[in-house]
Design a protein around this ligand. Structure first.
Ligand SMILES: NC(=O)c1ccc[n+]([C@@H]2O[C@H](COP(=O)([O-])OP(=O)(O)OC[C@H]3O[C@@H](n4cnc5c(N)ncnc54)[C@H](OP(=O)(O)O)[C@@H]3O)[C@@H](O)[C@H]2O)c1
Length: 239
């Protein structure tokens, strides 16, 4: 079994049902689709359109639908690229039942004003945004607006792309978080995010099965209160 199959199998065994991908990530969509053969109905696929023109976007959507057996649970506009044109195409796919929910992503706080416009258009039901112990810009306007509008919130880059895992606090410093099921620093960082009730799922990337199990365990309650969230920030030197 190749590494992708192993990691995806581990994810499903660990109870993970949500997989995020994009045509921007090389062969990822094709390989994920192949790996999920026979299990497609047990998972939700979040993919994206990432194209300069409507024509390219349409071609991309055909490929994505082929890889994922004719259905995309969450179809997102990647980094808001050409969003007006792509939104129309995705709405048509939703009306045909091929797309279940429509979303938009951006990794940069410099584009949050534009993201707010898309949210306020009322045409999307999910956003994917960066949120972690360092990147907290979404707390100001994006998360409150998402809550007001009842939007689903997917959190990308929960470990800051891995940067927040370079200097992990010692095991003994994590002891106060043990009652919350937290044994490791990555779990503390994930639980810090998911304990904010405005965030509905986090999508840590990993190439390792043991990390999949470790990360998945942080998706269960009990959730941190303000005291534990502040404790994590202090451990990370962010408070
Ligand atoms: N504009 C957009 O739409 C956009 C932009 C950026 C990201 N995203 C999405 O967000 C996802 C995550 O973002 P990301 O990959 O940038 O950053 P991330 O999830 O914050 O960090 C990934 C890094 O953390 C490491 N890691 C994961 N679990 C670990 C664990 N338990 N212990 C130690 N190391 C661990 C991984 O290494 P190992 O492989 O060694 O585990 C990898 O190097 C992406 O895959 C993508 O789906 C979307």
């Amino acid at each position: 079994m190749g590494n992708v199959s192993k990691v995806v199998k581990s994810a499903i065994d660990a109870g993970i049902t949500f997989f995020d991908t994009s045509p921007m990530y090389g062969e990822a969509e094709r390989v994920l689709g192949l790996t999920l053969k026979g299990q497609r109905n047990s998972v939700q696929i979040a993919t994206k359109v990432w194209a300069d023109s409507a024509l390219q976007g349409l071609a991309q959507s055909k490929r994505s639908l082929f890889y994922f057996e004719g259905r995309i649970e969450l179809y997102q506009i990647h980094n808001l690229l050409n969003w007006r044109e792509h939104l129309e195409m995705i709405e048509r796919l939703r009306d045909k039942g091929k797309v279940i929910a429509i979303g938009a992503t951006h990794y940069s706080c410099h584009s949050f004003l534009e993201l707010r416009q898309v949210m306020e258009s009322g045409r999307i039901s999910v956003i994917q945004i960066p949120y972690n112990i360092e990147q907290r810009e979404v707390e100001k306007h994006i998360l409150p607006l998402a809550t007001d509008m009842g939007l689903g919130v997917v959190i990308m880059r929960p470990f800051g792309g891995g940067n927040h895992l370079r200097n992990c606090p010692s095991e003994s410093l994590l002891t106060p978080l043990a009652p919350f099921g937290v044994k490791t620093w990555p779990q503390a960082l994930l639980k810090w995010i998911l304990s904010d009730g405005r965030c509905h799922t986090a999508i840590p990337a990993t190439s390792k099965s043991q990390h999949v199990f470790e990360n998945a365990a942080a998706g269960n309650p009990p959730w941190f209160g303000e005291q534990e969230r502040n404790y994590v920030l202090r451990l990370a030197g962010k408070m």
